[in-house]
Design a protein around this ligand. Sequence first.
Ligand code: GDP
Ligand code: MG
Length: 432
Amino acid sequence: LGGKLSAALRKLQSTTVVDEEVVKAIITEITRALLESDVNIKVVMELKKNVEAKINRSEDASGASKKRLIQQAVMEELVAMLDPKTPPYQMKKGASNVIMFVGLQGSGKTTTIAKFAHYYQRKGWRVAMVCADTFRAGAFDQLKQNATKLRVPFYGSYTEADPVRIAEEGVEQFRKDRFEVIIVDTSGRHKQEDALFEEMREIQAAVQPDNCVFVMDATQGQAVADQARAFHEAVPVGSVVITKLDGHAKGGGAMSAVAATKSPITFLGSGEHFDDLEPFVASSFVSKMLGFGDFGSLLRELQDTNDPGMDPKKMMDRMTKGQFTLRDFYQQIQGVLKLGPLNKMMGGMMPGIPDTAQQKRFLYMMDSMRDDELDGKVDIAGNEKRVTRIARGSGTRVEEVQLLLRQHKAREKVVAQMGKSGMMNAATDPAM
Ligand code: GDP
Ligand code: MG
């Protein structure tokens, strides 16, 4: 989503006269970008209507404030679409909260359950897990392994084939033992689709969960809408978790899942480790989707790291002028590495920011560079001797150094474009 949509918004930024035609063209472009990013057509049409209505209501706005209005309206509309106006389920301390997880096989239920357990366990809740997936071979082992690592009690069976019975027995036992968060894992596949949803209905009826969580795989795009609807028809879904946002998922299915289940998104999964779970914040999700807010939040986070070796303000000044040296790239990577799980999400969404292992190798390479090289005063890429020296000095390969130089160039180009269009200012403005 990032690329196309921010291109549309960037165009908006560089236009000085905003007449009706420009407004129309821009809304059309935003509409197209959203459709290409897996956002459902009905959702997009609604957004279009609402943004247009907002713009029309402020006929008298001047060019500059009209631009701002469109940006704000798009942002607000997207955030509103992620808000079903239903509060998420509140865990009750001291009581048994039974949470049933549903979603297609492979969507990330079992992984999310482990993260979810870890999340509440760290906050001091008594957590237990029940494996009611008897369809997939190895499902119980997978849950058991996670539970053992987390030291969370679990319930399941290698021999019992009836998932309803396991769910009922497991939940009953953990309720009796006064566990506070009792998580029920379910199967996401069946020989027949009807049978899967029937099974979900039966488990739901048997354990009477306090909340049903629908797990959606962000990489699934539009297909998520139908899945969400089907699961919601079978069981009363009360919240949504989006997984696999660490990859290159477009995220547009999120709005559809919210619309189909009328439930809020509560967490985002951004990796395969227990720590890779983040509470959902609509505004930050949307600004990442739009592909420019991340810049502002990244810089704000960099400012918070208080690294004496870097001056984010100076860096920001240079970037506003469209300058972005290898030294800036170094500082940016260093900052990003400090961000932890967020880093991984942004890695997939920011052009030119590689994964953690690669980031570290890039730093080694830049450690082997001289000041004039870091400051962009001399050419490196065209000088074989320099490239070889840097590779040797950092224990890396010539091709990797070239990759670093290419990525820096790509990043420099983006910064130059953003600087020129005034996007940098919009990006650092917290109101955006
Ligand atoms: P289930 O069938 O719904 O229980 O799905 P699993 O939890 O078994 O996950 C299916 C696959 O997706 C596994 O290989 C997981 O490691 C992977 N997975 C789950 N969540 C994430 C995530 O947030 N990011 C990434 N990269 N992989 C994930
Ligand atoms: Mg599973």
